[in-house]
Ligand binder design. Sequence first.
Ligand code: AMP
Ligand code: GLY
Length: 419
Amino acid sequence: MRVLVVGSGGREHAICWKLKQSPKVTELFCAPGNGGIAQTAKCVDVKATDVDGMVKWAKDNAMDFVVVAPDDPLALGMVDALEGAGIPAFGPRANAAIVEASKAFSKELMKKYHIPTARYETFTELDKALAYIEEQGAPIVVKADGLALGKGVVVAATVDEAKAAAREMMADKKFGESGSTVVIEECMTGPEVTVLAFADGEHVRTMPASQDHKRAFDGNRGPNTGGMGAVSPPPQYTPETARRCMDEIFLPTIRALKAEGRPFHGVIYFGLMLTPDGPRVVEYNARFGDPECQAVLSLLDSDLLDIFTACREGTLDRMDIRWKDQAACCLVLASGGYPLDYQKGYPISGLEEAGKSAVVFHAGTRLGEHGEYLTNGGRVLGVTALGGTLDQAIASAYAAAAPISFQGMHFRRDIGRAF
Ligand code: AMP
Ligand code: GLY
């Protein structure tokens, strides 16, 4: 089969890497891809958000299957458009991808179907939002409704901070229209875990749990990023918690979406907080998390294309999905300054050496004139290693990353250890 993966980050590199292992994939393409992905797939110069351009390219080049990995094209209806043109596509349609594209939608869904989450109110008027913050007190969480590159959430320690966040989103339009509606919610406490699950509209099959590290600096300090590293499975997610999440969160969510006429086919991301009162949903995403994907797919033993096909066709209950009985750690190497301003275009050295003991997924790289790798984004690489225990996986990822360097390189030293 001729398969196209849409996207350009570390997550897409991991998806391409895993799909390439399928004997059914004869040719693999990635649009737009990156420097590292170019070693695994043919990179195609179409933007991930260009729905019409992607459909045209897929049609002109006789794609048999398209995997839409990032949130923006899913929200824009790329899967709907591809399927409409007769091209089988993996990922939720726009009416189901809304679980990520609108926090107000997903909070209402959870309320209606009694899925545990933080108490909240939704606002479109600034003065009402400010009055609610005043009434509730701090700590309190202010969230832009729409997509904001994972940065539209402020966990405010004081009432003034919360009010400033609401003003920036609603009046100053810091996130454009994404912030014209805000959700203000109760601040929860407890460890956070991610559970990614395959869904076929009706059935849900969880992957091993994982844990992202969203803050830029050690000790969970500094600004939020797209994710500085991930481990799988995290020790806090016990079999008992997993059973409870399946009964109280995963199945009810998939059933709720089906009941609403929005069957979810794809990967659904459950961002959970294990609070003293039990597991609660922090957020849904309509796709693999990045960098959770890199850690979790490294543990998959089954054919990913078969699983994607089953998600699309509604046959997930019959799939035999196997996972390695190991742990994984993905350590992100980022550009100096990320997630704020950073420079790019620096040469990267040590990749070959690192590749001997880990899989190095490329996130923000490009090939230079002489075939050398150059930095080309905030998150540059995701060094991913396995181990018999989580400690061993973490140690292997750090050891493998040691030879890699580029100007300004920055990474966290406590991936898998900051709880
Ligand atoms: P989100 O984009 O909704 O995942 O939020 C980003 C981060 O903000 C989460 O990973 C949490 O660390 C934090 N967060 C979001 N909502 C809450 C909440 N209700 N209580 C505490 N922390 C939260
Ligand atoms: N790692 C968090 C996300 O992909 O949203």
